[in-house]
Each structure stands twice: as structure tokens, then as C-alpha cells.
Write a protein that binds this ligand. Structure first.
Ligand SMILES: Nc1nc2c(ncn2[C@@H]2O[C@H](COP(=O)(O)OP(=O)(O)OP(=O)(O)O)[C@@H](O)[C@H]2O)c(=O)[nH]1
Ligand SMILES: [Zn+2]
Length: 196
């Protein structure tokens, strides 16, 4: 399933508004009181923004490439992101580190595209492992690189503000593909990632 349009119009805002009104009623609130009367509309807009990655196409984003004959590691470190845990629909957020080695005939993309790629997959109902592998696999699919490494560190509000209630705990995930699976290359990339 591929959806390409990049607009909030793809999200059914009235449907979210109706659902938010139901939630407010269900917790015993009065959705018509002054402070809450615009809340369903605001939440619908906020959700449309939080899930806009559903309607963006990584193939299109990574479609603009160029060849600069660089076949060494390119690493973009500390890309901040906000995502929504698909189990609880509360945020998880942190930083992504994305590296790749262009192949002989491989393509190089703009650095900003890598940062935007994180958002395409972060702005969906997500789990951290899947976010990590989707970024890595999408780079493998669209840039034909020799290798890819993606490392993500995040705090999950579903673990901080509720449930296990462990604020400050960080989850780290990685996805490594192709030549970056090689122990030496991988450890070079990891030392650059950790060199904060
Ligand atoms: N693997 C993984 N788990 C996640 C992620 N985000 C949230 N979770 C976990 O998903 C699990 C859902 O567990 P359930 O037992 O179905 O839900 P729950 O009763 O709300 O669980 P608690 O959070 O332990 O209260 C929890 O352990 C969450 O910590 C993620 O990105 N990756
Ligand atoms: Zn959760």
C-alpha cells in the first residue's frame, strides 16, 4: 500500500474529533465546558500532524540522488524525533543516528533527506524496533548502498508516566545491513555514534 500525498487532508479530522469527544465523556468530563470546547478540534489537528508520515513516500524523498564518488561512511548523528507508541498512543522520543556507505555505483542523498526519512517513519503509530528497521530497509531499497547502520535511543512515555513508571530509562535499538555488519566497519560507525 503506497500513499504519496503529503497533506493533513488525508486524515479524517471530524472522525478524530468525534472520538475525542467520546473519550472526554467516558472519563466523566463535560466536552462542552469552556476549557474543553475546542479540544476535540485541537487534538484532531495534533494527531494529523503526529501521523503525517502515513501519507509520505520514502521512495519519493530519496528519489533525488547524486554521485560524488564518496564510498566511505556518511553518518548523520543526533537527529531528534517524536513518535507515537502504537500500544498506548503516547509519545516516545529521542535521537536517531543514521549512517551508510555508498556503493561503487551507489547513490548519495542530501543529508536533510536522511533527517526527513526519520520523520516519515516516526510520524506513524510505531514501536521503536520497527522504526529502526524501516529506516534501515528503506535506505537499502532506495539508495542501493554497500551498508547501513541505524541506532535509535528513546524514552517511552508509556514507561515513564504510567505503567512501569520509570522516567529516564532509555531504550536503544540498532539495525545494521550489508557491509556495516563487518565487525571493523561496524565498530568504527559505533564509535563515531557514541562520540557525542
Ligand atoms: N518492544 C517494544 N515494546 C514497547 C514499545 N513501546 C511500548 N512497548 C511495550 O509494549 C508493552 C505492551 O504491553 P501490554 O501488557 O499489552 O500493555 P500494558 O498492560 O499497558 O503494559 P504496561 O506498560 O506494562 O502497563 C509494554 O511492555 C510497553 O512497555 C516499543 O517501541 N517496543
Ligand atoms: Zn506504549
Amino acid at each position: 500500500m503506497r500513499r504519496t500525498a503529503v497533506t493533513e487532508q488525508n486524515v479524517d479530522l471530524p472522525r478524530i474529533e468525534a472520538a475525542v469527544r467520546e473519550i472526554l465523556l467516558a472519563v466523566g468530563e463535560d466536552p462542552d465546558r469552556e476549557g474543553l470546547k475546542d479540544t476535540p478540534r485541537r487534538v484532531a489537528g495534533a494527531y494529523a500532524e503526529a501521523f503525517q508520515g502515513m501519507f509520505q513516500d520514502p521512495a519519493e524523498l530519496l528519489g533525488t540522488t547524486f554521485d560524488i564518488g564518496h564510498q566511505e561512511l556518511v553518518l548523520v548523528r543526533n537527529v531528534p524525533f517524536y513518535s507515537m507508541c502504537e500500544h498506548h498512543l503516547v509519545p516516545f522520543y529521542g535521537t536517531a543516528h543514521i549512517g551508510y556507505i555508498p556503493a561503487d555505483e551507489g547513490k548519495v542523498t542530501g543529508l536533510s533527506k536522511l533527517a526527513r526519512l526519520v520523520d516519515i517513519f516516526a510520524k506513524r503509530p510505531q514501536i521503536q524496533e520497527q522504526l529502526t528497521t524501516q529506516i534501515a530497509d528503506s535506505m537499502m531499497d532506495h539508495l542501493d548502498p554497500a551498508g547501513v547502520i541505524v541506532v535509535i535511543e528513546a524514552e517511552h512515555l508509556c514507561m515513564s508516566m504510567r505503567g512501569a513508571a520509570k522516567p529516564g530509562s532509555k531504550t536503544v535499538t540498532s539495525a545494521v545491513r550489508g557491509a556495516l555488519r563487518n565487525a571493523v566497519t561496524r565498530s568504527e560507525a559505533m564509535s563515531l555514534i557514541l562520540h557525542n
